[in-house]
Structure formats: C-alpha cells, structure tokens
Design a protein around this ligand. Structure first.
Ligand SMILES: C[S@@+](CC[C@H](N)C(=O)[O-])C[C@H]1O[C@@H](n2cnc3c(N)ncnc32)[C@H](O)[C@@H]1O
Ligand SMILES: [Zn+2]
Length: 987
C-alpha cells in the first residue's frame, strides 16, 4: 500500500508542534474559541496538518506542504490553506469522518481543505455547538452576522428597559462582589465568610517576577471589616487613592498579608474561612465556628469525645447553614453583597455595598418567588454521584438554579425569554420577506442559536462560584465557573451587570460571538466542502449518510480526563430553554428538537439532563467510577469496551486503503495499553507512525523544570494485519529499525518525548503488523507485549542510537549501555530537558514507569540505589547540581560513596565518582585513579565511560554534567584527535 505523507519521517512534526503551540495563548487562539468554553479543543494547525498529511502521498515536498498549509506563517489558522492544482486530486470528493467531534477542530479544518466532512457527537450540547461552528456559518455567510448583531442589540435594549432590571440594578455599577454570610452560633450575629480580602493586587508588568520582592504595582486595594452593632461593615483601603499615586513601589506578601512601602507596613487580613479543613471564625466575636448536631440543632465546640450516636449526626456548622439555605431556610445563612465596582475613566472604583444594595438582592428573591413554577427556571437536578465534578453539591446546591443568586437567576430567565421571543420575530420577519416557511424557520434556528451562545458564556461568568481574581490586570478577568474539570465553592463571587457594555456582560459576549462567527464564515463559507453533523454514538454509528470514508481523523476522550456529560449539563439546561418553546406551562420542541427531546411513539418527551439519560451518559467513552458506580477495575473495563467498539466501528467505516489517525492525550502506560487494546486488538489496525504533539512552548515546559512524555500523541493506523508473529524474532528486527529511527530523530535534533514516542512508533508498527504475537509461553497479551517487548526495545534502541552518535563523534569510547540503572539514568538525561534555573530534573509518574520498564529496572531499586529520590510526591533524578567539586561531592555523600575507599553499586555511581576525580585531580593522578577503579569495577567503569561519552555529546550547554563528562574524557585521554570525523558526520 502506498504510504501517505503522515506516515513518513518527513512529516514536519516539529513545525506542526510549534504552530500548534502558538494557538495556546496570547493572540494565537482561534477567535471562535472565545464564544464559549469547551474542554480539550485541539489546535487547528495540528488538525490541518494531520488531515492533509493523511491524504497526500509520502513523497510530496515538505516545503510546499508547510507553505500551502500556512505552517510557516506566524499564526497558521488565521489563513486558509491553499490547495495547488497538483494536490486537487488528493482532496476532491474525499470523505472525512470525525466520530468524537467535540467542539469541531478537526471537521473545521476538513472544511477548509474542501472535504466532504461528517462530524459525530454523542452529547446534545456539543451537537448544538457543532452546528454553530460548522453548519450555520457555512450555510448563511455574512447575513448571519448582520442578524445576530441586530437581534442581539434588540435583546439588550429590551433588557435595559425591563422595569425589574431597572429597579434591581444600579446602572453605574459594573460588578458586585458578594459572599455567604452565616449567623454565628456564639454571638448570633451575621458574619460574612471572606475567602480573600484583596480586591486588586495588580502588578504593572504582569510578567514580572514572583511576588514578595519589591515591585511596581498599578493597583493595590483591599477590604477591612468593621464590627458595628449587629453588622460587619466593609471598608475599602485603596492604596492608590490613599497615597495619591498611580503606581506604587512595594513589597507584597499575600500569604502573610503584608504590604511594605519602605518603612511603612500595611496589613491585609487572612481569610476567615478555609473550607478545605472545615475552619471559619466569626468577625464579631472571633470565635471559631465548629459543629452542629443536625438532629437536635445543638452546637458543639468540641466533638472528639462525643458518643458515636451523636458523632454520626455532626456536621460543620457552615456547611449545615448553607445547606439549610439551599433548602429554603434563611435562618442560618444568606447571601450578601460586599463591594460594588464602578468604572471611572477606564479605572476601577471600589465602593462598599450598602444596605440598599443588599435590599435589592432580597427584592430579587421575592420576584423569583412570584414567578416560581415558570418552566424557564432550571430546576433540574445536578448529577449527585461524582461530587468532584460539582463540589457545590455537598453544600446543598443540588439543582441548577441554585448556582445563582436570585438576581442573577431572574436576569437569566428574562434573557431566555427574550432570546426565545427574538427567535419568533426573526422567523416572522423572514416570512414577511417572502422566504418559504422551511427556510425562514431554519434561518431563525441559526440566528437564535447564535443569540444563545453568548448567553452560555455570560452564564459561565455569572454564578455563585465565579471568583473575583484580585491579581488580574483587568476587571474582566473574572474566573469562570466551569474551570477545567469542575466547579468549586467560592467565597468571593462576582455578579456582572447584565446590561453594561463590558466584555463579560451579554453585550460583550455577543461581540465575542460575532467575532467568532465572522472568523468561521471566513474559514468555511466559500469552500466547496460539505458538512454533515450527526447526533450519534461513536461506538455504533448507526445514523450516517455514508457507508465508507476515505480518512477518519479523531480525538477520543482520554480515560477519566473530563466528565463531559455532567459538566456540559450546565449549558444543557439553558440551551434547551432558549431553543425550545413554552406551551401551557411546559417546554415543547422548537429548534433542534432532537437535542432536547426524545421521541416516544409520536410524542416528544423532554430530556431533563444529559446525565439522567442512560442512552447518553452510559454511552460516553470515559472512565468515571462515580457515574458507573463500579470499582476501578470494572470502570477501566467499561471504558476499554466502549473505546474498542468505537475502533471496530471505525474499521467498518474506513475504506480499505484509508488512513485512521487518532489523537490521544494520556500516556499513562495503562492508557497506552488501552489504546492498543482498542485500536490493534479490537479494531485490527496496525500502527504505522506515532509522534507527540507538543503544544506547550519548550520555554514554558523547561521553566517548570520538566518535560513530560504525556503530551498529545498522534497515532496513525492502517487496516490489514498479517497472521501470527514471533515476539523474539520481531524484537531483533525492531531493535535495528528503531535504533535507525532514533538516530535519525536525534540527528534532526529531536530529543525528549519526540525521541521516545518516535522511536516507540517504529517498534509498535512492527509488532502491531501481526494479528497475534506469540512467545514461547504462547499468545501475548497487550500488557505483556508492551512491558516485555515494546518499552525495552524502545529504550535500548534509543541508547544504541545515542552510543552510535557518541562513537561516531569525537570520543574513543564506544559500546552500549545495558545495565538497568545505567540505561535508566542515560534515558532520563536524554529525554528530560532540565532548565538551568530548575534545581532538579522532575520526572512525571507515567514517564517514570515507562522508562523504568523500558530499562528493565525496578522502580523500588532505583529509589534504593538513590538514582532517583521521591520528594513531595515527585520523582527527582539524582545528579550533580553544578559542575563544581562541591556539587559532585554532595551527590556522592548523598549516596554514601566514599571518595577514598569507594564501594560502587552500579555504573551511575562510577560515573559520578569519575566526575569528582576529573575535576579534583591533576591529569596524571586522574588516569591512575581511573585505572585503579577499572581494575576494581571493570564493568561499571566501562559503562560509565560510555555514558560520559554520550552525555558530553548530547547534553545541552547549560547542563553541568556536560562539562563534567567532557572533563572525564579529556583527563582520561579519551578524546579523539581526529575531529574531522565529526565534521564528516555533521555534513
Ligand atoms: C477529546 S474530545 C474531542 C475534542 C475535539 N477534537 C475538539 O477539538 O474540540 C472527545 C469528545 O468525544 C465525545 N464522546 C464521548 N463519547 C462519545 C461517543 N460514544 N460517541 C460520540 N462522541 C463521544 C465527548 O462528548 C467529547 O466531546
Ligand atoms: Zn460571633
């Protein structure tokens, strides 16, 4: 079968990684990502390169590839790709399938390349977003922008004129900061719970050094409490105002709450709540707030000695109080506004919220009571089983509407009604313009969906759990509620004025949406591509228009990474309302009914939430023990089963000479096995290439002092397996092929994860070429194959390539590193870059396991021999911290190796001892010492010299061991005089 470009070593992995990394931050993010938050979106540059690479033949010109795909331009995705006429035949009429489409990076790039694209998603929420990203912009083009803008403005105008909104909000307040207040069980006064007294701690130069040193701040503002009778008043200390300074040079220690200006010291209070360890205290009487017997209501300051029958009813008072509030009892807890923020001359003005402001919250609460029963209030239950997703559940916030304060809720309900009304007006308008009924309806659906998206973003930033972030540089950096993997209770939340013209109010999120929409129109409207979006289960694919696809490019969920179903329910309950109608007090289908209702006979039944619908939640490919209610073992099996089915189905859907490419972000060794189990064993695909996609910039990674092997891995698969292979025979071949590949990779400067995964892919492609692999013991399981053959072959192949490189270059040492500890040490040094600033090389758990298995070293032994140490649950490699005598001496001491009468355990000990000798002894004495040591520990010393040869060659300049190893070689007379060899090699 003809190879495709993505299967060749010419595929420009590094350029694709770089282009992808640029999409991560700054101005590089695709604008349509700002429309609404979604998890694990893949960089467009990667999707584009992978799709094109899967269609183009092996031998195309790399330079052309980069230029045509715009990988060479600063931000790749800002430009549409060019398809030159000689490429047309590879793209025309080609069908692409992405069965796990998510937010649609892969299908979008498919459209830009002119393909016939099918995007499948299981989740209704993602399905609606996919329509917005892929279908509507393509279908309607610029007129959609016009109408979204027009009707968005109409909604804002209506809201501005709403009498309730006028009554409940002050038009000059941009943001309110509020928190929970509880009735103190000691003094019975209301005390607010303040998680952070800071309001602004903004450095002039955001990228500046860490806090605690003197720096220039553009804003320093905090709150202080004042107990006055029954009340806690909030005072505001605005240091800029107080000192009349625009910029303040100060040393700020947020942990200790100190602001130091020369010899003046200001104190900022510590929080009076720490929910993690159940501690809080009252701001009036300063008593700690302890526990309550939930049965009797009796309060206890001490619970240790209580009898068991009471202990079982004991709950932390704060939690109890808020739970009571959630159940409608306002006696123990309530919400309270602390601060209001105005904008004056583009600057923030902080004022304390007064009684009048708080009365408005109460008013809103009354208004909610008046409309209680309105179907636009989302009373659906939040999933109760994985509290790590919605931490808020344990505080009694068990229904979606409870995530909002009454005023926020009232506003959202009004916005839903306005969006629905706009949808009707748009339809009417189009009918008046003589559109046919169907088209007018479809168009109204598109515009209404686009009016709903900014609401989703607005909601995400307007709950009881979105935190005010004092360290941010601009007021609009309010943290959003759906942080990466779940929601957590917050003690200073923000409420944004809905009608203000600011980025996170509806008007601002509308503007963002329009920007996103314009981007999408520009990307896809004119292309000759086709799009189909299907709400379907990737493990079945029973609803597709086509039988077969030319390529399948997809990004399945990774193990337990994101509970998509439950998290996106946060959007679901609101999306459903905006896009459906209300008849006789009930929600009924209107737009995109298949997402929100299911057909039972001739009737539509409302889907309450995604999590409560077993056809949805139980079909999500995911490892989620809470959801399944099973053990870890069973959970893994469940995940594997679904992933396997999806690969089997993909195999059925792929033409015989087609290419399947999967992204996979989890490289836990277990996850690798799962992927092989699904792709190879169940799907009967063989791996033809694999490479990591590193989307974090190298700088950032090294700044953290680690390079992990778990980035996104891209695996290329093909159909057609041979029958049965012999594991040991393949091993021999694999070593040869893989060390060749490794050498090739090192030569083009690819170290780290690139080198490991790239080398492993050539081992995998040999093994997975067979349906079954057997050893003397019989058929091998995937686990056995990976642990006993794949990782070891990869490790040895890399070491071999490195030895060859050092041998070819200027040293007289050559040979292979074979001992487990030597191999492990070498690989860690080669694969993990250490920044000069980081004190230690940190190895993530997954990589540690893979490398240890690969080197055939026991992890326990590596720790016992002090090749690595575990500190704060992190694994560090034990290596010289500097290239001076004392650093090496320190290391030897740590390993209890005597300098004069050494007892060595392995070649790594020998290496470090030689390093010490090399920098502390004159040349002749060093040579004597070396010979003596060689006599005592011949094998260790030989290997240590080989390692020294390799490290002297491959380590980057900043690594102290590069110098140390070079010294060993120089002093030992092991440098070749004939450096011309080196030059010959380099050319
Ligand atoms: C890693 S995400 C894909 C992200 C996407 N590539 C992007 O760039 O936005 C995986 C997606 O698979 C979806 N999914 C999970 N199980 C599924 C199933 N059985 N059928 C179809 N889609 C499923 C999830 O809802 C999630 O959106
Ligand atoms: Zn008190």
């Amino acid at each position: 079968m003809e190879k495709r470009f993505i299967e060749s070593t010419n595929f420009p992995v590094v350029d694709v990684s770089l282009a992808s990394a640029k999409e991560k931050g700054g101005g590089g993010r695709p604008p349509y990502w700002e429309m609404v938050f979604w998890w694990t979106r893949k960089p467009l540059a990667s999707a584009r390169a992978v799709i094109a690479g899967a269609l183009l033949p092996e031998n195309i010109d790399v330079k052309d590839f980069k230029i045509n795909l715009k990988l060479t331009s600063n931000i790749c995705h800002k430009h549409n790709p060019t398809i030159p006429s000689e490429w047309r035949k590879y793209f025309e009429d080609k069908k692409l399938l992405d069965p796990f489409a998510g937010f649609g990076s892969i299908p979008l790039e498919g459209l830009r390349l002119g393909l016939d694209v099918t995007a499948v998603e299981l989740l209704p929420v993602a399905y609606v977003f996919l329509k917005a990203v892929l279908e509507y912009p393509k279908k309607y083009g610029k007129k959609l922008v016009y109408d979204v803008e027009k009707w968005g403005k109409w909604i804002i105008e209506q809201l501005k004129n709403d009498p309730d909104i006028k009554e409940l909000y002050d038009p000059d307040v941009a943001v309110y900061i509020g928190t929970w207040e509880i009735k103190c069980p000691h003094c019975h006064k209301w005390t607010p719970l303040i998680g952070n007294w800071w309001l602004a701690r903004v450095k002039k130069n955001r990228k500046g050094k860490k806090e605690k040193t003197e720096e220039i701040y553009s804003r320093l503002v905090w709150m202080t409490p004042e107990s006055q009778g029954d009340k806690i008043l909030i005072n505001i200390i605005d240091l800029n105002e107080k000192l009349g300074l625009k910029e303040i040079r100060a040393k700020v220690d947020p942990d200790k709450g100190k602001v130091i200006l020369g010899n003046r010291v200001f104190n900022v209070l510590r929080p009076n709540i720490n929910a993690r360890n159940n501690s809080a205290f009252c701001l009036h009487c300063r008593n700690p707030i302890k526990y309550i017997d939930t049965k009797t209501g009796r309060y206890y300051t001490e619970t240790e000695k209580l009898p068991r029958y009471i202990k079982k009813n004991i709950e932390w008072y704060v939690k109890y109080a808020i739970k009571q509030y959630s159940m409608g009892n306002n006696e123990y807890a309530r919400q309270r506004l602390l601060v209001k923020i105005k904008i004056l001359n583009k600057n923030l003005k902080f004022e304390s919220a007064n009684e009048e402001d708080n009365d408005k919250l109460l008013k809103a609460s009354e208004k909610i009571e008046q409309i209680w029963g309105d179907p636009d209030i989302p009373t659906e239950l939040i999933e109760p089983y994985c509290s790590s997703t919605y931490h808020t559940i344990v505080w009694g916030l068990d229904k979606f509407y409870k995530l909002f304060n009454p005023r926020q809720l009232l506003t959202l309900v009004k916005l839903v009604k306005l969006i629905r009304k706009a949808g009707k007006k748009i339809e009417e308008e189009k009918l008046k313009e003589d559109w046919n009924e169907k088209e007018a309806f479809r168009y109204a659906e598109a515009v209404t969906t686009y009016l709903t998206i900014p609401l989703m973003k607005f909601i995400d930033y307007n709950t009881l759990v979105n935190l005010w972030n004092p360290g941010s540089w601009s007021w609009n950096k309010v943290a959003h509620s759906l942080s990466m993997r779940g929601m957590a209770m917050q003690w200073n939340w923000c409420e944004i004025l809905p009608i203000i013209d600011l980025p996170l109010a509806y008007s601002g999120t509308l503007k963002n949406t329009i920007k996103g929409l314009s981007y999408l129109i520009n990307a896809a409207h004119d292309s000759l591509s086709k799009i189909r979006i299907t709400l379907d289960d990737a493990t079945m694919l029973s609803k597709l228009d086509f039988k077969k696809f030319n390529i399948i490019i997809t990004d399945p969920p990774y193990y337990d990474d994101v509970p998509y179903t439950e998290l996106s329910d946060f959007y679901f309950v609101w999306l459903k309302r905006c896009l459906s109608d209300i008849v006789e007090g009930c929600l009924v289908p209107r737009f995109i009914p298949e997402a929100f209702f299911k057909k039972i006979g001739a009737k539509w039944a409302e889907i309450k939430t995604q999590w409560s619908e077993s056809d949805i939640v139980m079909r999500e490919v995911s490892l989620n023990l809470g959801r399944l209610g099973v053990s870890l073992e069973e959970g893994k099996k469940y995940f594997l089963d679904l992933l396997s089915h999806s690969f089997m189905v993909m195999s059925e859907r792929l033409v015989d000479n087609g290419v399947l490419v999967s992204y996979y972000a989890h490289t836990d060794p277990d996850a690798w096995e799962a992927l092989l189990e699904a792709g190879w064993r169940a799907g009967k695909f063989k791996v033809t290439n694999a490479f990591p996609l590193i989307t974090e910039s190298a700088q950032r990674v090294t700044a953290r002092g680690k390079v992990v092997l778990d980035t996104s891995i891209i695996v290329v698969w093909r159909k057609g397996l041979n029958d049965i292979g012999d594991a040991d025979e393949i091993y021999r071949e694999a070593l040869q092929v893989a060390s060749g590949r490794a050498l090739e990779l090192v030569r083009i400067g690819r170290l780290g994860a690139d080198l490991f995964i790239g080398t492993m892919s050539s081992v995998l492609s040999l093994y997975t070429g067979f349906r079954e692999v057997t050893s003397k013991r019989g058929k091998l399981s995937v686990g056995e194959l990976v642990k006993e053959y794949v990782y070891p072959a990869t490790a040895i192949a890399i070491a071999r390539a490195l030895s060859r490189l050092a041998g070819i270059k200027g040293f007289k040492v050559s040979g292979e590193v074979k001992s487990p500890s030597g191999l492990f040490y070498l690989l860690c040094k080669a694969l993990f870059v250490r920044s000069p600033r980081a004190k230690r090389r940190v190895i993530d758990r997954s990589s540690f396991i893979m490398l240890a298995i690969g080197a055939k070293a026991y992890r326990k032994d590596l720790r016992k021999l002090k090749i690595v140490v575990k500190k704060d649950s992190k694994i560090h490699l034990m290596e010289p911290k500097g290239s001076d005598k004392y650093s090496v001496e320190d290391l030897l001491k740590n390993r209890s190796i005597s300098i004069t009468e050494p007892v060595l355990n392995n070649s790594v000990d020998a290496l470090h001892l030689l390093e010490y000798y090399a920098i502390s002894l004159p040349k002749e004495t060093f040579k004597e010492r070396l010979e003596w040591l060689r006599g005592e520990y011949p094998i260790f010393v030989e290997e240590a010299l080989i390692i020294a040869g390799i490290l002297a060659e491959i380590l980057p300049k900043g690594d102290p061991e590069k110098d140390l190893c070079t010294q060993i070689l120089e002093r030992g007379g092991l440098m070749r005089e004939d450096q011309s060899l080196l030059t010959r090699f380099m050319s």
